[in-house]
Design a protein. Sequence first.
Length: 222
Amino acid sequence: MADINIQRKKSSPSPWLLVLVVLLVLGLLAYFFLREPTAAPEPLPAGAVGTSAAAPGAVADSPQTAQSTPPPADGSAAVADMATDDAPASPEELATYAKAEGNEPDYGRRGLRMLSATLVDLADRDDLRDATVQERRNDLTSATSRLNEENASLRPGLVAAASLIQAMQQKAYPELEKPVGELAEQAQQLSGRSTAADQEQLHKFFAQAAEVVRTLSQPAEK
């Protein structure tokens, strides 16, 4: 009887292994083709090294650069700063501004703001407050509310300031009748412009007003 040769069938590889191999190959291909190329560093412009080296020195010097210039000995800069803040000024500050800043282009506008702030503050004083003074005070604040507008005339504010001074004088300072009357006349003659002739008239007006305010700042004699 002949022998029958039976061969054992070889086992085929697992299909999952083939899938993993294919995915691995695809992943490697995607990595090489889709990755962004590394950008080469850009060369520094000429002189950049020197500029960066000098930067620390500039920072170190900045506190000295930021230091303000010492104010003038006459105090005119401090008075000018006060004029921009619309804060009440003392009679001395008003007089200093009238003398020291007469040639400034915005002399009349800034001087009127200083004078108005001072007069409004005085009008709120208990011994000066009455119906007439409060009415003139409101007229002044209304007349000076448009000073920031371009080409705004100074004349309404100057006339209103003189009227408020006159109301306070009539309330408690009879001895100021003559200088206050002269001040009211000066206000009526002012045009409110900024020509050279007007600057001289404004100078006289603010100087006279400063002297009157000096007396108004003192308690009235009873």
